[in-house]
Design a protein around this ligand. Structure first.
Ligand SMILES: C[S@@+](CC[C@H](N)C(=O)[O-])C[C@H]1O[C@@H](n2cnc3c(N)ncnc32)[C@H](O)[C@@H]1O
Length: 258
């Protein structure tokens, strides 16, 4: 019954990576863990096409599921594999591979994946200098001020693309993933809307359309309530403008293979 509440909250634990220099955008281990426990059984296979620091692999190991992750950046793949080593008997096998998410289909047979849980880059959201506009006064010029926290300049990196090209590419990637999924296999995508050059970009709408267009069915829209993770926020926009803090929530879009 508790899981029927569509607003979820998570806390980071010690093993979570919070240093943006190691990886700029990780989700807490508790997030993939909840999805894994809801949608799969022990011994089943999970994939994360944008595995980053390997959070999904750790959650899979904790719950005894097999998992395969992909990332373009060798450095992240190495980190992911380090975090799940040594491999343990009876806890499944977890592995990260350095490759484009477009090629996931080259590694797997059809109809064997129970869950695809992932947080793709939020289009080109990180591809700009951080101005910390939501932080007050002197605190604004923290150690990340004016930093660009982009994953890479690789043109295959979804984080380099504007939202339309991004959605199109994400669609192609999930078109390749659909045949790998079992019937009614689940897919959870973490995404957020954001501001870009003064315009609100409803990225979750683009993503829903792209994923549906290749044959997945949208099942649930879940809100990840991040208010417990927002700190040192100032008031901005007031009194001439009304701007909500993008960081207060994100979407978890739940699909399945019909
Ligand atoms: C939001 S991060 C994922 C973070 C991950 N959930 C974690 O907790 O560490 C997105 C990742 O996608 C990777 N990426 C971007 N484009 C990619 C592509 N075409 N194929 C595979 N990985 C890609 C980036 O290198 C980045 O690590």
């Amino acid at each position: 019954m508790q899981n029927q509440i569509a607003v979820w909250e998570f806390f980071y634990e010690k093993r979570d990576i919070r240093d943006k220099k190691i990886h700029p955008a990780v989700f807490p281990i508790a997030l993939p863990k909840k999805c894994i426990e809801l949608f799969t059984h022990r011994g089943e296979l999970i994939i994360d096409p944008f595995v980053g620091s390997g959070t999904t692999l750790l959650a899979a190991k904790d719950t005894g599921r097999n998992a395969l992750g992909f990332d373009l950046k060798d450095e992240y793949v190495r980190l992911s594999n380090e975090r799940v080593s040594p491999q343990e008997k009876n806890n499944g096998t977890q592995l990260a591979i350095c490759d484009d998410a477009l090629n996931v289909g080259e590694y797997l047979e059809d109809e064997i994946v129970s869950l695809c849980i992932t947080s793709p880059p939020y289009a080109n959201l990180l591809n700009r200098r951080r101005r910390n506009k939501s932080i007050r006064g002197d605190l604004r010029q923290d150690k990340h001020y004016l930093e660009v926290q982009q994953y890479s300049d690789d043109p295959r990196d979804l984080g380099t693309m504007d939202v339309k090209k991004y959605a199109e590419t994400l669609g192609t990637i999930f078109e390749g993933i659909l045949p790998l999924m079992r019937q009614r296999g689940h897919c959870v995508i973490n995404i957020t809307d954001y501001w870009w050059k003064g315009n609100r970009i409803p990225a979750h709408i683009y993503v829903i359309e792209a994923i549906q267009s290749v044959g997945f069915e949208l099942r649930n829209t879940i809100i990840w309530d991040r208010r417990n993770l927002v700190n040192k926020a100032g008031i901005y926009g007031w009194p001439s403008n009304y701007i909500t803090l993008s960081t207060t929530f994100e979407y978890l879009l739940h699909f399945w293979k019909p």
